[in-house]
Design a protein. Structure first.
Length: 183
């Protein structure tokens, strides 16, 4: 089985922090899980640079991991008109093309941030993968974000609820997973 692990942090973040954070521990577990043959770590970079590239030179012990960085295209008029979905289609196509070269077979898209719900759903559709979300943190209630970002997170949670095959969540004194409606 292949896992496409989608995150907004570069893989070097986990190496530097020793996989101490919860998301890093999940990733570390997936790396050492015997049933998982490959992990494609997909970094949805928010910076407006080139479209995508492999990143190499991982230390020993991470042979299962293939790093792929997918950056937003630098298209100023698209950004000024809030056409991010238009530029993101290129990123999804680039990532899907790269992933399909591995002939991954059964594949799960694993994400931790609802901001990427649209991208993850589009990627799953293109490669025939299933969607799993780890939504322990509720980003929509963070104090340090503005109302526009809060609204984007809420929309992301709605998309996750509608499209996910599995949702891992936490309530006070309770953890579990949910199956999406219709699954």
């Amino acid at each position: 089985m292949t896992i496409v692990f989608v995150d907004h942090r570069p893989f070097s973040h986990f190496l530097k922090n020793g996989f101490r954070q919860r998301v890093g521990r999940i990733l570390h577990h997936l790396i050492h899980e015997q049933r998982i043959e490959r992990i494609i770590y997909l970094w949805w970079n928010q910076e407006p640079f080139s479209s995508g590239s492999y990143v190499q030179n991982l230390p020993g012990g991470f042979e299962k991991v293939t790093l792929f960085e997918s950056r937003r295209s630098h298209i100023p008029f698209a950004r000024s008109l809030h056409l991010d979905a238009w530029t993101d289609r290129h990123r999804v196509a680039s990532a899907a093309s790269t992933i399909s070269t591995f002939n991954v077979g059964p594949c799960w898209i694993w994400a931790t941030d609802p901001e990427f719900a649209y991208l993850c759903g589009a990627l799953a559709d293109r490669i025939g993968g299933r969607l799993a979300y780890d939504l322990i943190d509720n980003f929509a209630v963070y104090e340090g974000i503005d109302e526009k970002q809060r609204s984007l997170y809420r929309e992301g949670y709605r998309q996750v609820s509608a499209s996910a095959d599995r949702i891992f969540y936490q309530q006070p004194a309770k953890c579990g997973f949910a199956v999406s409606p219709g699954q």
